[in-house]
Design a protein around this ligand. Structure first.
Ligand code: ZN
Length: 203
């Protein structure tokens, strides 16, 4: 970053530039915008960032972010308790739940296995998952980890662990294949291979 930028501004720009989607230039633009805001608004944003850690908790049941523990999803008595949908990150749970078609429980794994990025099994929240399964209430674990190589490896790893330690729990995964509205001729080979592998009988 340019050395002529005054230090207080430079400190902010350097921090903002670490956010996803913001490089040094857009970070500087964001910082300049903050300077133009009415002071009360800039301070309110600062307070929100300052208080973020104090007011936000990890739900002890699912590992999701919430203002309360347990989070509203885990505390909801209307949701079924014998099915858990396992997602890698909390924002995947938000997206899935926005659909309103799944009424079971969630758990957040906290990432995916990525040996090249030093993400091993110890960096995943497996303890929370095994404690939950050990309670004996869950009959099915749905793996909703994605369709990347890391997701595949993680799904295989979790499925093996669950089968060995909790044989009474069925492990399923989200279907993979051709997205809605897509044509077969435009699909890549791997998508087609999986579409064939996970084909379904017509009702
Ligand atoms: Zn929760």
């Amino acid at each position: 970053m340019h050395t002529r930028i005054p230090e207080p501004l430079k400190a902010l720009v350097d921090q903002l530039a670490r956010l996803p989607g913001l490089g040094p230039k857009s970070a500087l633009r964001a910082a300049m915008t903050l300077l133009k805001w009415p002071e009360a608004e800039t301070r309110r944003l600062g307070r929100s960032i300052h208080d973020l850690r104090d007011n936000l908790h990890l739900c002890s049941r699912c590992g999701g972010l919430a203002a309360t523990d347990p989070c509203p999803v885990c505390a909801d008595p209307e949701r079924t308790r014998d099915t858990i949908c396992l997602v890698a990150e909390w924002d995947s749970m938000l997206t899935l739940d926005e659909g309103g078609f799944y009424h079971g429980q969630y758990m957040i794994l906290g990432g995916l296995l990525a040996p090249l990025e030093h993400m091993g099994a110890e960096s995943l929240d497996l303890g929370r998952l095994t404690r939950r399964l050990a309670e004996g209430e869950v009959r099915e674990l749905i793996l909703a980890l994605g369709a990347t190589l890391e997701a595949e490896n993680t799904a295989t790893f979790v499925a093996r662990m669950v089968r060995e330690r909790f044989p009474g729990v069925a492990v399923s995964r989200l279907a993979q294949g051709i997205p809605l509205g897509a044509e077969v001729k435009y699909m890549d080979k791997e998508t087609l291979r999986q579409s064939l592998q996970y084909r379904q009988n017509l009702p």
